[in-house]
Write a protein that binds this ligand. Structure first.
Ligand SMILES: Nc1ncnc2c1ncn2[C@@H]1O[C@H](COP(=O)(O)OP(=O)(O)OP(=O)(O)O)[C@@H](O)[C@H]1O
Ligand SMILES: [Mg+2]
Length: 294
């Protein structure tokens, strides 16, 4: 079974979730008023996020604004003090038993900045081990699926290589295939290109774009603004533990409503220029703010 078949139909809208509202995709992930503190430090201060089935949703925002914490809450790695998190109908915020958390994590793929492949296993074995040992999949079937996934991420020629023999971009593509090997319902990407040399960023983004086009439900934390604009159905901008603004990428990037979003997008477009300088420039700029290229 290919990735396309696994997720077949997910990009289609589903009929009428709310009477009288536009039919949208069925929500696969929803966070409602999520609050999380580490000791006295409030990190998430009322987060609302929704990801429809088959959608690609991006979270952008400054360092320390809570983006990774949101993803860790969705996988049940962190438990919020307040609010509700649902993944495909499962109340993640209420899961207590380890077995329930393991079941959740089988359904939610997570790819990090650091690829963390098993160094002593070949590329193929990296993909086969979890489906066989955790998922109980017969080995021959797991191998066949692993080969399909390696082809999908354009790494089929390296199935016998070890992670240490691969470039960063290649390792990251294998890490994505490894996450897919468990046939997750959705996949979370946390700045998966941040540790890569610039020439390898494109090859990883191309793989993610293919998955999005196949209809895999994706939630991406990224600093790649153009990519977020290109692939996302919805973009959320976070700052200091809050969602400051969310919307379709054309609106959020083309005409951000909130001054904080505008300032962030300007900084992202002109790294090194400080915020006050941007503000000074805006004040004297004849260009309307909404028309600023990011
Ligand atoms: N285990 C922890 N204990 C205490 N504070 C934490 C912990 N994990 C995260 N934080 C704090 O929570 C805040 C949000 O962190 P988070 O990693 O979610 O930010 P981020 O938006 O992903 O940032 P970046 O873009 O740098 O990855 C930060 O101030 C961070 O220091
Ligand atoms: Mg982070």
């Amino acid at each position: 079974m290919s990735v396309i078949e696994i997720h077949a139909g997910q990009r289609q809208s589903q009929p009428g979730s709310q009477p009288g509202s536009q039919p949208g995709p069925r929500p696969l992930v929803s966070l409602r008023d999520v609050h999380l503190a580490f000791g006295a430090t409030e990190v998430l201060k009322g987060i609302d996020v929704e990801v429809g089935q088959g959608q690609a949703v991006s979270i952008i925002g400054p360092s320390g604004s809570g983006k990774s914490t949101i993803l860790r809450c969705i996988t049940g790695l962190l438990r919020p003090q307040r609010g509700a998190i649902h993944v495909d109908g499962v109340a993640v915020h209420a899961l207590a038993a380890e077995a329930q958390l393991i079941a959740l994590r089988k359904q939610v793929g997570f790819v990090f900045q650091q690829y963390n492949l098993f160094p002593h296993l070949s590329v193929l074995e990296n993909l086969v081990i979890a489906p066989v040992r955790v998922g109980g999949v017969p080995r021959a079937r797991a191998i066949a699926h692993a080969r399909e996934l390696l082809a999908k991420v354009r790494m089929e020629h390296k199935e016998r290589a070890y992670p240490g023999e691969l470039s960063g971009g290649q390792q990251q593509r294998v890490a994505i295939a490894r996450a897919l090997a468990m046939r997750p319902k959705l996949i979370l990407f946390d700045e998966v290109t941040s540790a890569l040399d610039p020439e390898m960023v494109g090859e990883v983004l191309t793989v993610i774009r293919d998955l999005v086009e196949d209809g895999l439900t994706c939630l991406l934390v990224t600093h790649e603004m153009r990519f977020a604009e290109d692939v996302s159905d919805t973009v959320y901008f976070t700052e200091a533990g809050r969602i400051v603004e969310a919307g379709p990428p054309a609106r959020l990037f083309g005409a951000p409503a909130n001054p904080r979003t505008r300032a962030f997008l300007q900084r992202a477009a002109h790294p090194g220029r400080d915020e006050h300088a941007s503000a000074r420039q805006q004040r004297f700029s004849p260009v309307p703010l909404t028309a600023l290229a990011y």
